[in-house]
Design a binder for this molecule. Structure first.
Ligand SMILES: [Zn+2]
Length: 170
């Protein structure tokens, strides 16, 4: 076993969050603004890999940096690449190759989904839906998208890890 992927979604005040990703000594911290619904996009993009999509793309708006995620199905694995572009006002039309590669890793889909689900559920446990909306402001906590991904993960992935099945707090 290599180093385990870890993902933390650190919700800040006034529509900002920091998405912290690490795998052993390799780390990247991505600032995320509420200009996009970053946590929802992350969850739904991973969810789309359970269907016919072979590739999923979305970006975090870090004002002005674009952090573009590219997820590619490779059998039971997912290649994850994150590129940065200096100006989100123009970069969403640019090809991936024009960005700077900030993170690249191959994970099993099961591991990736599990770790991201856990990160999202920690946010919900800590802040609740009301607390989340008070901080993130532009978008509610993506409860339905979280539940969709959890259902797909539990049904289709061979995951032996423990799962938090507590009902989201109100
Ligand atoms: Zn799991």
């Amino acid at each position: 076993m290599g180093a385990q992927l870890q993902v933390e979604w650190d919700l800040k005040d006034h529509g900002w969050a920091v998405c912290r990703i690490s795998e052993g000594p390799a780390k990247v911290n991505l600032s995320v603004s509420y200009c996009t619904d970053g946590l929802a996009d992350l969850l739904s993009s991973i969810g789309s890999l359970y269907g016919t999509s072979q590739t999923a793309r979305f970006f975090f708006d870090s004002e002005p940096t674009e952090f573009r995620w590219v997820l590619r199905n490779q059998g039971a694995d997912v290649d994850v690449s994150i590129y940065s572009f200096p100006d989100v006002a123009i970069s969403p039309d640019l090809p991936d190759e024009d960005g700077r590669l900030r993170w690249a890793s191959t994970q099993s889909r099961s591991q990736l989904a599990h770790v991201v689900l856990e990160a999202a559920q920690r946010v919900l446990r800590e802040h609740g839906e009301d607390g989340y909306l008070a901080k993130w402001a532009m978008h509610p906590f993506p409860v339905a998208i979280l539940q969709d991904l959890r259902r797909l993960h539990l049904r289709h992935d061979p995951c032996d890890l423990a799962h938090d099945i507590t009902v989201p707090p109100k």
